[in-house]
Design a protein around this ligand. Structure first.
Ligand code: ATP
Ligand code: MG
Length: 461
């Protein structure tokens, strides 16, 4: 007996299978849609949460942001974003912190009209110097600035250097350097826009009578801060910068009297109008300029060390190195012979005789500061050494001033100098004999074995 063949698959079972398959497919689609929606929803909530947190964090500065938006209309600069960052932070974080944040930014380019707006049509003059006139101004958010409008006698080469240097200056950041916010370079106006320094320049506190007195301990801190600023220019910043014009007028004081070196990088591209007129092709300011700036000797960063030494003497004595009313003042008793004398030389003479204490006491510096003052005295004598190589680096100057490095006894910085009787009792003569002068000086002294040069650096002008 044969077994019946298996029944052919019924049409109903085949349709059941295909129904099951399509049900699974639909379920799959639904599940993946649900998962997708859940993922999107979670991502949405995470993003929203982050945005809310960010908004909460910056809510304190919303007012400033509004002001910035308003100001953006006046600055047509591609780097105005830097200002946005800067301004939105002000008020919530210390100024130093936000300056650090913008340090990587290039300085902004302003138009002449921007400067007119900032300075309210150049309404307030802060002062003037060899490079031009300085005006007070402010950004729309109230951040003050100092606008230095440069003398208009730039030649083509100087103009090119201006652009190159502005880039360099704008990228230097140090607590002891005045920050460059931006510049204006135009056919009609060349100007630099700096951070505003509330307490003006150091010369006011050293030389002016009246209410501008700072106690000597603070002056010592100012000396160290200034030295650190110059050290940064010489040794630490990307492109080394020689200042060429270190002097109390170029040390500006912030609201808390933090010293900041101003005008670095300017000497290269600016023709000065006043301070340089006694020099032929030289740089610097009489009284502070190193000998090599007016002699055909190669000039290095050590010329700044010399000028800093002169500044140290003035900090020590809280007087100009040459305070001269003339021989008549001595005759009438208005001034003593010592006061008329050039202070650095006077300091050396006392130091040589082992009377450093008496200088310190004569400068009115109290017991508490005596040790620091004696250090300042010796460091100053090292800085003004005639030979640039004999002067310390600014790094060593800082260490010596801070008492981290022992100070060797300085040699006589003024051995090439003898008093020179002229009509003005302030004139000295530097005598360089071929036996003692360095090789380049010797070359310069071809005219004779011994040559005399009036030391313009200590002439009163
Ligand atoms: N950033 C600033 N903030 C506040 N005041 C400033 C600023 N820059 C300059 N000044 C003021 O303007 C005055 C003139 O400065 P300026 O640099 O033009 O001349 P100077 O320092 O006397 O000579 P030099 O041309 O050799 O630098 C300073 O003495 C100071 O009082
Ligand atoms: Mg200056």
């Amino acid at each position: 007996m044969s077994t019946p063949p298996p029944p052919p698959p019924s049409p109903s079972s085949s349709s059941n299978d295909s129904r099951t398959t399509s049900t699974e497919a639909v379920t799959g689609i639904i599940i993946s849609t649900v998962i997708g929606v859940v993922i999107i929803a979670v991502a949405y909530f995470i993003i929203r949460y982050c945005i809310i947190r960010l908004r909460l964090r910056s809510s304190n500065s919303s007012n400033e942001e509004e002001q910035v938006t308003a100001r953006m209309g006046t600055i047509r600069s591609p780097s105005s974003i830097a200002v946005t960052t800067m301004n939105s932070r002000i008020g919530t974080e210390p100024v130093e912190k936000f300056l650090k944040e913008i340090m990587k930014e290039k300085p902004m380019r302003f138009t002449p009209q921007d400067l007119v707006d900032f300075t309210q049509n150049y309404g307030k003059v802060l002062g003037s110097g060899g490079f031009g006139i300085v005006y007070k101004g402010q950004f729309l958010n109230g951040l003050p600035m100092a606008v230095k409008v440069l003398n208009s006698n730039m030649n083509k080469r100087a103009e090119e250097q201006f652009m190159a240097e502005v880039g360099t200056i704008g990228r230097t950041y140090h607590i002891n350097l005045v920050k460059l916010y931006g510049f204006c370079f135009d056919k009609t106006v060349n100007a630099l826009v700096y951070e505003y320094m509330e307490n003006g320049s150091l010369d006011k506190y050293l030389f002016e009578d009246g209410n501008h007195k700072i106690e000597w301990g603070k002056l010592h801190e100012i000396a160290i801060g200034t030295a650190k600023g110059i050290r940064y220019l010489h040794e630490e910043c990307q492109q080394k910068i020689v200042h060429y014009d270190i002097k109390p007028a170029n040390v500006l004081l912030a609201a808390n009297f933090t010293p900041k070196v101003a005008d670095f990088g300017l000497a290269k591209f600016c023709d000065r109008e006043r301070s340089f007129e006694t020099f032929t092709g030289g740089r610097g300011t009489p009284g502070y300029a190193a000998p090599e700036l007016w002699l055909p000797i190669s000039v290095t960063h050590k010329c700044d060390v010399y000028s800093f030494g002169m500044l140290l003497f003035e900090i020590l004595g809280r007087r100009r190195n040459l305070e001269l009313m003339g021989a008549a003042a001595v005759a009438t008793g208005e001034q003593s012979q010592e006061e008329v004398e050039w202070f650095p030389k006077l300091v050396w003479e006392r130091f040589e005789k082992g009377e450093m204490r008496s200088i310190v006491a004569a400068c009115g510096i109290g017991e508490k500061e005596k040790e620091k003052a004696e250090r300042v005295c010796q460091v100053a004598l090292w800085c003004v050494q005639y030979q640039p190589e004999a002067r310390p680096t600014m790094g060593r100057v800082v260490r010596m001033l801070e008492g981290e490095e022992e100070i060797e006894r300085p040699p006589n910085p003024f051995q090439y100098m003898t008093p020179f009787p002229q009509s003005s009792s302030s004139s000295w003569t530097m005598t360089m004999s071929t036996a003692t002068a360095d090789s380049s000086s010797r070359e310069r002294g071809k005219a004779g074995d011994e040559s005399e040069i009036t030391l313009l650096g200590i002439e009163r002008i």
